[in-house]
Ligand binder design. Sequence first.
Ligand code: AP5
Length: 209
Amino acid sequence: MNIILLGAPGAGKGTEASKIVDTYKLPHISTGDIFRENIKNQTPIGLLAKSYIDKGLLVPDEVTCKIVEERISREDCKNGYMLDGFPRTIAQAEALDKITKIDLVINIDVDFSLLLDRLCGRRVCKDCGETYHLKRLNGETKCARCGGELYQRKDDNPETVQSRLSVYNDQTAPLIEYYTNKGVIFNVDGSTTPEAVHELVSAKLDSMK
Ligand code: AP5
């Protein structure tokens, strides 16, 4: 099954992706993670991506589409995959339609008033990428899953978050209508707990087996 996780920054795409991976063993392809890995390794793509990500802007479509096309052509994706954070523009969605068929788009819908706090309080594991929120960490600084150090993403500051949310409104939100018209969208209320979100998503995925 080929799945897309759609939602505003902080909606809980990464949180839900990690639960889907555990249960359904699908390769998790996060364009944000791919860019961060490239930034860490100071590759040419990383240097380019950094100049956009630090401002809360989208990396150009042609760069992003090429990366995804190459990634989903690999052997581990032949029985399905889960895209997290891609597509983010209509042009990206159209490019994807030319190379693959999408079975389900999980749209995690959260009121914008919750997102600033979620993103500015987010901590991520350096080693396995697991995501936490300060409120639920109770002072813990290590990852409960693998023991790795937790850090704060550079783009999780109030100014950059505002820019990311406005980019989402202008360029990504139109994808909800795009995929609704294709009859593949599944809307989930993401303002509840991660467990409640996963229960709804699992029920949907199980019904499609
Ligand atoms: P990316 O890494 O994809 O960031 P994003 O879309 O902004 O999404 P986030 O990872 O910030 O949020 P999330 O929805 O995964 O939330 P999470 O689960 O962590 O992209 C980063 C940048 O890369 C972009 O800005 C862009 O520049 C570039 N980029 C990436 N893809 C691109 C593309 N296709 N085209 C062009 N450029 C691209 O949760 C957030 C917090 O909330 C956590 O603290 C978590 O614990 C908490 N939380 C999660 N769910 C719940 C819940 N149900 N209840 C309470 N708290 C919750």
